[in-house]
Design a protein around this ligand. Structure first.
Ligand code: ADP
Length: 497
């Protein structure tokens, strides 16, 4: 059974995602709440400030009726009744002072306060006919508002002061209740988001875990042709698809490798068996004539030559495979005419020997970025084949040209041709259409594989058109990476000298 907590490793994507999102969510909510609380607190305080100031003004405007302007005495009872009637907030402590700032009335009936002088900035401002307001901070982080308003006669004479002291506890109350609700909301939202992220991340990571376990079992058990099950079209599905394509390529490469080793062993075994057979015949026949020994030795020598050719070509293929990577390529500016001219010189005797007319047509100088030896080998093998697979009195024509940004080398022959079923196979390693003919011409079945490798090395391609009995046309197409006009102008111009 799967242990659910086994997945809770901090390094796992799910855990990291859940923690990260949880933290982001929590931080965002905390900042947001702090902002909301700060602004509501200010807003509530402003509101309360406003109402205490207004109340002091209202009470002052009525208080004028209860103070005798001559004696400055307050009709305390009537005023108390008035205060009672207007149902002033019990949290507001209303004081009436005469213009000598002596307390005449205290809504909280504190006798100690009556008759005392209250020297407070708000009251002093009111005595001078101005509205006074002060805000005090208490030790427990609360506030006290002190709003004073002058009691004015109709002539505008100050005959007293109304002072209201107010502790806006409701703000703190509202504030802490909002704080409580917010904390609860933050907890619930964070938990909900955490759970949702956990479920989503778990779904994603489960697919990755499935992929990983399948890939691990493939690599551990060496089962290369297993496929990942892909559903959907998201990034993980595309990762799976890419893996499946890659595994298909690995499987193909592995098949090619096994095929190559088996073909190579077979090809090497045939001449080795002949040599062994002939050597045994000589050794087991003490009376064998010198003439036969010589004949056998000649055959053995031919087989050794053949072995040598195969091994050399195999080594060449391996070397080329290693150097085909872009970074390992060694390219330089070379003259195609030099290469083609060299091949002509090399193969003309072979063509003559077989009564074949070998014609090279190279109308203009062509320069290109290439590896001289590799390109030589590529073109040589195709021209060599054209001669090998053409009967006496036949023709082999080689032309070079530049067209549409490409360098094109065409090798035409009037030889035996290749049937359409076989054209696709002739580039496979060790493939020969006619084994007997290939053997008599020294063919190994590796020539075209090398030629294709050499042309691919130069990012080129080979096109083949052929018909059995009617000859073949091999077309090598190379990218013309060097603008030849520029290459021409870089060359010293004899006429200008
Ligand atoms: P080989 O060493 O046998 O020539 P290649 O790889 O060069 O091997 O060629 C593979 C096979 O393709 C040859 O055995 C031959 O049957 C066929 N082939 C190649 N070039 C030609 C050609 N110009 N005309 C007819 N057949 C050809």
């Amino acid at each position: 059974m799967n242990k659910p907590f086994k997945r809770f490793k901090f390094s796992s994507i799910t855990t990291r995602l859940v923690f990260t999102y949880f933290l982001i969510m929590l931080l965002t909510l905390l900042l947001f709440s702090y902002y909301i609380l700060a602004t509501t607190k200010n807003y509530l305080y402003e509101d309360e400030k406003q109402s205490v100031t207004t109340m002091s003004n209202v009470v002052a405007s009525f208080a004028v009726d209860y103070i005798d302007p001559e004696t400055q005495k307050l009709d305390r009872e009537k005023f108390a009744k008035f205060i009672n009637e207007i149902r002033i907030d019990s949290q507001m402590r209303v004081l009436i002072l005469n213009k000598d700032i002596t307390v005449l009335y205290d809504s909280q009936n504190n006798r100690n306060m009556l008759g005392t002088a209250q020297v407070r900035p708000a009251i002093l401002a009111a005595v001078n006919g101005l509205a006074g307001f002060r805000e005090y901070q208490t030790e427990d982080d609360g506030v006290i508002f002190d709003a004073a308003a002058p009691v004015l006669t109709l002539d505008g004479e100050v005959i007293g002061v109304v002072d209201i002291v107010y502790v806006p506890e409701s703000v703190t109350r509202i504030h802490s209740s909002i704080l409580g609700e917010m904390a609860f909301l933050i907890l619930v939202i964070s938990l909900l988001v955490g759970i949702i992220i956990f479920v989503v991340a778990n779904l994603v990571s489960k697919r990755i875990v499935d992929f990983t376990s399948k890939i691990t079992s493939m690599s551990d058990d060496g089962i290369l042709d297993e496929k990942l099950d892909i559903s959907g079209n998201d990034e993980i599905s595309r990762l799976g698809e890419a893996f499946n394509i890659m595994s298909e390529k690995v499987v193909n490469l592995e098949k090619q490798r096994v095929q190559f080793v088996s073909d190579a062993s077979h090809e090497l075994k045939t001449p080795l068996s002949s040599i062994k057979l002939m050597a045994d015949s000589i050794l087991q026949n003490p009376d064998i004539s010198m003439e036969y020994v010589r004949e056998f030795l000649e055959d053995m020598n031919n087989e050794v030559d053949r072995l040598n050719r195969i091994v050399n070509k195999l080594l060449y293929i391996t070397k080329m495979d290693m150097y085909t990577e872009e970074a390992n390529k060694k390219l330089e500016l070379i003259s195609l005419n030099d290469i083609v001219g060299g091949i002509e010189k090399n193969l003309q005797p072979l063509a003559k020997k077989d009564d074949i007319t070998l014609v090279f047509t190279t109308p203009s100088e062509i320069f290109l970025m290439a590896n001289k030896d590799v390109l030589w080998q590529g073109i040589y093998n195709i021209v060599d084949n054209a001669i090998k697979y053409t009967d006496a009195d036949g023709y082999v024509l080689v032309t070079t040209e530049q067209k549409n940004g490409k360098v094109i080398i065409t090798v035409r022959d009037t030889g035996v041709g290749i049937s359409s079923e076989e054209i696709d196979k002739i580039f496979d390693r060790f493939y020969r259409v006619d084994k007997a003919r290939a053997r008599s011409t020294g063919g190994t079945g590796l020539g075209l594989a090398i030629a294709l490798g050499a042309i691919k090395y130069h990012d080129g391609e080979i096109d083949v058109k052929s018909e059995r009995g009617k000859g073949s046309v091999f077309t090598i197409i190379l990218p013309d990476v060097v603008p030849n006009s520029q290459a021409d102008s870089d060359e010293p111009n004899a006429e200008e000298m």
